[in-house]
Design a protein around this ligand. Sequence first.
Ligand SMILES: *Cc1c(COP(=O)(O)O)cnc(C)c1O
Length: 409
Amino acid sequence: MNYHFKCTLCGEEYDPKTTRYVCPKHGDEGILDTVLDYKQINTITSPRQISDSHDFSIWRYASLLPISDARKFAPPLQVGWTPLYRSTTLGAQLGLSNLFFKDDGRNPTASFKDRASAFVVAKARELGVAIITTASTGNAGAALAGLSAAAKMPAVIFVPETAPQAKIAQLLIFGSRVILVKGNYDQAVALCLAASKEFGWYCRNTAYNPYTVEGKKTASIELCEQFGWQSPDQIFVSVGDGNIISGLWKGLRDLLILGWINKMPKLMGIQAEGSAACYNAWKAGTEKIEMVNAQTVADSISADIPLDGVRAVRAVRETGGAYLTVSDDEILAAIPELARQEAIFAEPAASTAYAGLKKAVAQGLVKSDERVVVMLTGNGLKDIASAMKVAGAGEVIEPTLDAVRALKF
Ligand SMILES: *Cc1c(COP(=O)(O)O)cnc(C)c1O
């Protein structure tokens, strides 16, 4: 498949054979978009052909991905084709008749990040690199650990020492080299970048590697296919670095250019109040992202300077969506609500998207019959310490039937 890179800041075009990560003119901020050969795609495949595929993974969209031979390079773990559920309860409570949840916690390492890591590991194999590295708040690393284990490729992963234990367990169990940085995510990113330059490792860092967004775009393509190749009206998603929302936007732009969908949904970016750099820029009407001192219970969306901030602000602005912020209390309260009403256990960074939907409905931003999707990006088992804050307590009893009777039912 033919494709090239294009700088999101200056529009300069680059050949992927000679440019690996970012625009040489703009350094680490010169994030690259991938421009595909859309005419070629429409001659080799079609929505109908894809819908006949028995490959229920992101690789059913291989013909829309910038890779030479997906069958040869894809790591053998099933990523993607996650369930899209129609809301049973919460939609009615909010007065919405077409509310859906997409549960990306159902990926092999239990987060949306598997989409990016699967694709970047495939590209690493295509490029023939020896070692792959990433910095992560936890999930991107867990995803890379799992996918690189599947590909038998050594991985070096930098995470803040304070990452939730379950995520650290995932990194360790898959056999990656795990570096616990005494610092925050932004410091882990800087260190990973410096180390990859020094040691020549292939760097998966979010947005810096142009292929993370290409992996993540499979979620919006999948979503449209699950709706019979139609786009929804609004998509709610949590935003930290802004690479997921940029990925959703890319998938939708690809489908629009191909003529496979006929309208762009509004992208609704939800941030934690304590980590709201994209929200701030959007609100101020600029693309200039000001650093914040990020602090939130939703560790996966805690970022001082979002690595894909410019594109993430554009994704919302150009689709006519909005940014909203929610408090840590609202994020935590959304976890048992989703679990009890829809039976989906989400980690804080995932429940954030639903907390944002509630706020958007309260502000009159959603019409009752609009088709609305809430992306749930990570499984609740990732962070049980947060879940236990809002789960309530079990009832401790003596092992007798009398003790059970005494509980009153
Ligand atoms: C990474 C992540 C996000 C946010 O994605 P960004 O690309 O950083 O905006 C949201 N939820 C979960 C569970 C994540 O792991």
